[in-house]
Write a protein of this length. Structure first.
Length: 453
């Protein structure tokens, strides 16, 4: 039980860095799944731009499917962490057993639903007649590997929740390295185009899923067991996971809506704008996924110490986590302005497209630094089991985004759509920070006097 014991005893500053850095790197590496796909796809001779737009249309739908991994993984891992903090090993094992069965069952249901509804979804979410063949080819193969995607991403949370951040990082890096190796083999070597990109990704996710399964079956402190399934435990997991699930789902619905609006208001430039947005969202992934690695990865520290009533350690950890999140987004804010053209050149060699895309990236990252605090605050509430506050703050940000997304183009056309991101970032921060400063002390004070359930 060495790793979980460290969550309650190691110096907070050292512990936060020890957990946050591998978790951040793991999510940074995981971005390579989509970045590498899009980079190789965008450089396919003759049809690169159209292929990239097709993969871009699939991107938010694929990520939305992946949100089911977070529904269960991020829903169950804080509960497991709190149970460990309380010293209740049996309860922790029961939570993991139920979550494993749920991941397996949900993966089958999601695969069936996605394959049945793929054509209307792709059409609705921005796939024109020109783009559709590429989107359909990628989507069909990728969705067929949903089982591996959900297991690797969902079970990863339970590895990190036990303090094994480096092991979690290794599982993600394994998949990313496989993807980098297999992408050119299938795309160019076997001349499979976007289908090859999808095959490479599925095989890579299968590798990550296998790694995590072996670790949780044989080496972890809390291993996967069979039996003890409980409807009440499953409902608790779903309630806890609903906030991160809806955050990811709505994020991707926003990207889907954004693509549809760009097509609608962009006229003849619609497909080009979707391509630009695909590259912009790739940059945003570089920012938000490692950011989520810091804020969500360190939830295990908050959960364990919240369960153990070490509220002093919770307070201290939150300060470090917020500073790290804002520090990371500050770096990305600078890189968006300094290295934007270099990043965009990975996807396209068209100078005009590069310039337009760089401008859009600068707009979307205008208030990236406050966004870092928003992530830390929302995931902090989730880590302490306070779903109500996490969901409320997330819903507020999404609501502002949606309103801006649909209103802005009415005043200046498609080009204003990219301003929806910074508007929602700064308004969300203006609400989240006061809520955190006022509500968190009350939650921790109440926890200090609570009895073990």
């Amino acid at each position: 039980m060495g790793s979980t014991n460290q969550l309650g005893s190691e110096k907070i500053s050292r512990l936060v860095f020890k957990i946050a850095i591998p978790s951040m790197l793991a999510q940074f590496v995981s971005v390579l799944y989509s970045i590498v796909d899009r980079m190789y796809v965008g450089n396919i001779p003759n049809v690169g731009d159209l292929s990239l737009a097709g993969v871009g249309v699939c991107g938010p739908i694929v990520t939305m499917i992946g949100a089911f991994a977070f529904l269960i993984g991020v829903g169950g891992s804080p509960l497991l962490g709190i149970a460990l903090g309380e010293g209740n090993r049996e309860k922790a094992e029961k939570i993991l057993a139920n979550c494993f069965v749920m991941l397996c069952g949900v993966s089958v249901l999601v695969t069936a639903a996605a394959l049945t509804l793929k054509q209307p979804m792709l059409r609705l979410f921005g796939a024109s007649e020109t783009i559709y063949p590429y989107a359909n080819a990628y989507f069909t193969i990728y969705v067929s590997g949903t089982f591996f995607a959900l297991l690797s991403n969902g079970l990863y949370q339970f590895v990190v929740a036990q303090g094994y951040a480096k092991t979690g990082m290794c599982s993600v890096m394994l998949g990313a390295i496989l993807n980098i190796i297999l992408d050119p083999v299938f795309i160019y070597g076997f001349h499979l185009g976007v289908q090859g990109a999808a095959i490479a990704t599925v095989l890579s996710q299968a590798g990550s899923a296998t790694f995590v399964l072996i670790f949780l079956l044989r080496k972890a402190d809390i291993k996967i067991t069979f039996g003890g399934y409980s409807r009440s435990t499953m409902l608790r997991v779903l309630m806890m996971g609903f906030s991160p699930f809806i955050i990811i789902a709505v994020d991707n619905i926003m990207i889907i809506a954004m693509n549809a609006l760009l097509q609608n208001y962009g006229g003849a430039q619609g497909d080009t704008l979707v391509t630009i947005n695909t590259i912009v969202q790739s940059f945003m992934l570089v920012m938000t996924m490692p950011l989520g690695g810091i804020s969500a990865g360190t939830q295990c520290i908050l959960s364990y110490n919240f369960g153990a009533r070490r509220t002093d350690r919770v307070r201290s950890a939150q300060k470090y986590i917020i500073c790290m999140c804002m520090g990371y987004t500050a770096i990305l804010f600078i890189l968006a302005r300094v290295a934007g053209p270099l990043f965009v050149s990975l996807f396209t060699s068209d100078p005009a497209l590069n310039a337009q895309t760089c401008h859009a990236i600068r707009i979307c990252t205008l208030f990236a630094i406050p966004l870092g605090a928003q992530y830390a605050i929302v995931d902090g509430f989730t880590g302490m089991g306070q779903v109500k506050w996490a969901l409320t703050l997330s819903t507020w940000r999404k609501s502002v985004y949606f309103i801006a997304l649909f209103l802005l183009p009415l005043f200046g056309g498609a080009s204003l759509i990219f301003f929806a991101e910074p508007i929602s970032d700064i308004i969300a921060f203006a609400v989240s920070m006061p809520v955190h400063l006022f509500i968190t002390p009350k939650i921790l004070k109440k926890r200090e006097t609570a009895t073990v359930q």
